[in-house]
Design a protein around this ligand. Structure first.
Ligand code: GLN
Length: 240
């Protein structure tokens, strides 16, 4: 951690905040505070400079236009690249995941991404909308992913990143894998918000940010209830 408190930045709430993904910031903040960690939460709009000294950066989903604009501004700003070079954690969801890669399509045009993750995105034939679930890379040691997806893009992974999960329900990157991670950078197509539906993923980001490998367990009754309710809904929908 860079300072006494855990610094979390929610990037561009004015552009990339359309799918409830701001809840990810709230979940991280709450889970850190419940363990006695002071948290400083910063919301940085797209007309402001991005501080490079925070511990965790969160980027949410967005429609094509705001996604392209957000990527252009992050490229011009350079703060996220400096933060990553210093070892900060980055968590991107959907549009925020795609723009971490080398390129993505928005409104039929190819845009350069931030090149922080070795991924590139094009468009699928159909929009992927619905439940998204998968078995997470065993090296991350966390239970299956549970989420909701809504995107037109499809994502190819290069050799220097690993898929976050193998898809069991939904599309994710391409119907087979979902999300990607490398070092302390992690992206997913999962809304929900993702960290409310996947508290173990929130704790993984907190462990990466703090270097504390054993975080005290929290009461996850409500998240567990939500996860099993969604699992049951997926199973019911799959029955003939
Ligand atoms: N605009 C992107 C797409 O449709 C991302 C959508 C999203 O963030 N939900 O693929």
């Amino acid at each position: 951690m860079s300072t006494e408190s855990l610094r979390i930045v929610w990037i561009y709430p004015d552009l990339l905040s359309t799918y409830g993904d701001r809840g990810n910031a709230l979940i991280l903040q709450r889970r850190a505070r419940q363990r006695g960690m002071p948290v400083e939460m910063l919301e940085v709009r797209s007309d402001q400079r991005l501080p490079a000294s925070a511990d965790i950066y969160l980027i949410g989903g967005g429609e094509d236009g705001p996604q392209a604009l957000g990527a252009q501004r992050l490229l011009a700003d350079g703060g996220l690249h400096r933060a990553v070079a210093q070892g900060s954690v980055v968590f991107g969801v959907c549009a925020g995941y795609q723009l971490l890669g080398t390129s993505f399509f928005a409104k039929g045009t190819k845009y350069p991404g931030l090149e922080l993750l070795d991924i590139s995105s094009d468009r699928g034939e159909t929009r992927a909308v619905g439940e998204l679930a998968g078995d997470i890379d065993p090296r991350l040691g966390i239970p299956p992913l549970s989420g909701f997806e809504n995107h037109g893009g499809r994502t190819q992974l290069g050799p220097s990143v690993s898929p976050l999960a193998r898809v069991t329900t939904g599309i994710g990157n391409d119907g087979a894998t979902e999300g990607a991670w490398r070092g302390k950078l992690l992206g997913t197509y999962s809304h929900g918000p993702a960290l409310a539906r996947n508290p173990a993923l929130a704790d993984l980001l907190l462990r990466w940010a703090t270097g504390v490998h054993q975080l005290p367990p929290l009461d996850d009754t409500w998240a567990d209830r939500l996860r099993s309710e969604r699992r049951a809904a997926v199973a019911a929908a799959a029955r003939p």
